[in-house]
Design a protein around this ligand. Structure first.
Ligand SMILES: *[C@@H]1O[C@H](CO)[C@@H](O)[C@H](O)[C@H]1NC(C)=O
Ligand SMILES: *[C@@H]1O[C@H](CO)[C@@H](O)[C@H](O)[C@H]1NC(C)=O
Ligand SMILES: *[C@@H]1O[C@H](CO)[C@@H](O)[C@H](O)[C@H]1NC(C)=O
Length: 357
């Protein structure tokens, strides 16, 4: 569903962001970046029949190798995250979670060591309720033990899901208790909770997969940057087109996503099929996105006055305008009363950086 309707789910990202950045403990001060297996590999557990797709130690080792060797880590994608379906169907004799012994023969500790040796961090997955979404053992009644187990393995991030939880009260209480349990371990672990009642868990970047057109991929990258959303890819880094790789590693877009001012962008105008978004950046600059929601026809021009930006202050008295996406290009200097005309493809986005002079 997410892939067929990329423009509808850009709207839910904003709400998802807060979860990952709630604690002021020095972690996740800018949106975390990395790779998560879910959207692409789901709950594939048949390692004999489908070894390339199976959620296994092998899969994560191969992704870690790609992340380190092919520019992903250096572009900022530092977390390699395991999602649901990594566990054995039961806890061990001491009540601890354990990885499926066939698919993860070295256990999570060995995988974490390997991931760290590549200069990356390891994320893991659990659930607040009695069972995970896919039916594996949940953390309910084991929050402290599971937090300690993850810390002892050297885990750096926990995605904590909200399936199979009896009530909203239990969910909120469970999320709070796990956050305390993680803190008590003394290990720095980024904590990302999912709120399944409000959000479909589709905040992963699916660029490089099968569902998105080029224009939709540009839109996803641009809107994630504008909304300061975590950049978690879910794709197959062993098979990714040079175009998708270039887009996902685009330094200027990533710099907007990671801007140290830490302000989230917002929509300032909606006019028929066009949306105009802005995000205040450090250094008296703004990121501006012009999104064309129309799915048919050809490119259309959208014209807007620079006085719309930054409550009229973005370009006072003048600014330089640079196009970041779909291709980078300097547009030159404009006075604050100028208008800009931007041609945008159907389902596409033009991302600009506007800097006050
Ligand atoms: C887990 O199961 C137990 C026993 O059935 C129940 O008391 C508890 O409320 C359940 N927890 C959640 C979070 O639903
Ligand atoms: C635990 O919480 C305290 C208080 O918020 C914070 O100062 C500390 O850095 C946290 N420790 C970890 C390991 O997250
Ligand atoms: C859009 O603007 C360009 C350049 O200003 C112009 O050449 C083109 O004809 C315009 N297209 C439409 C559909 O108005």
């Amino acid at each position: 569903m997410a892939m067929a309707m990329p423009l509808r789910w850009v709207a839910v990202v904003a709400a998802a962001v807060a979860a990952a950045m709630a604690l002021d403990n020095g972690l996740a001060r800018t949106p975390p970046m990395g790779w998560l297996h879910w959207e692409r590999f789901l709950c594939a557990t048949d390692c004999r029949g489908d070894p390339r797709r199976c959620v296994s130690e092998q899969l994560f080792v191969e992704m870690a190798d790609r992340m380190a060797a092919e520019g992903w880590r250096d572009a900022g994608y530092e977390f390699l995250c395991i999602d649901d379906c990594w566990m054995a169907p039961t806890r061990d004799e001491r009540g601890r979670l354990r990885a499926d012994p066939e698919r993860f023969p070295g256990g999570i500790r060995r995988l974490a060591d390997y991931v760290h040796s590549k200069g990356l961090k390891l994320g893991i997955y659990s659930d607040v309720g009695n069972r995970t979404c896919a039916g594996f053992p949940g953390s309910y009644d084991h929050y402290d033990l599971d937090a300690q187990t993850f810390a002892s393995w050297g885990v750096d991030l926990l995605k904590f899901d909200g399936c199979n939880c009896g009530s909203l009260e239990l969910l909120a209480e469970g999320y709070r208790r796990m956050s305390l349990a993680l803190n008590k371990t003394g290990r720095s672990i980024v904590y990302a909770c999912e709120w399944p009642f409000y959000l479909r868990p589709v905040q992963q970047l699916v660029i490089g997969n099968f569902g998105l057109s080029w224009d939709q991929s540009v839109t996803q990258m641009a809107m994630w940057a504008i909304m300061a959303a975590p950049l978690f890819m879910s794709n197959d880094l062993r098979h990714i087109s040079p175009e998708a790789k270039c887009l996902l590693q685009n330094k200027e877009v990533i710099a907007i996503n990671q801007d140290p001012l830490g302000k989230q962008g917002y929509q300032i105008l909606k006019d028929k099929n066009f949306e105009l978004w802005e995000r205040p950046l450090s250094g008296q600059a703004y990121a501006v996105a012009v999104l064309n929601q129309q799915e048919i026809g050809g490119p259309q021009n959208f014209t807007f006055s620079l006085t719309f930006l930054g409550s009229g202050l973005a370009c006072n008295p003048a600014c330089s305008v640079r196009q970041v996406l779909p291709a980078s290009r300097d547009w030159g200097v404009y006075s604050w009363i100028s208008s800009l005309s931007v041609g945008v493809n159907p389902t596409g986005t033009v991302l600009l950086k506007v800097m006050a002079l």
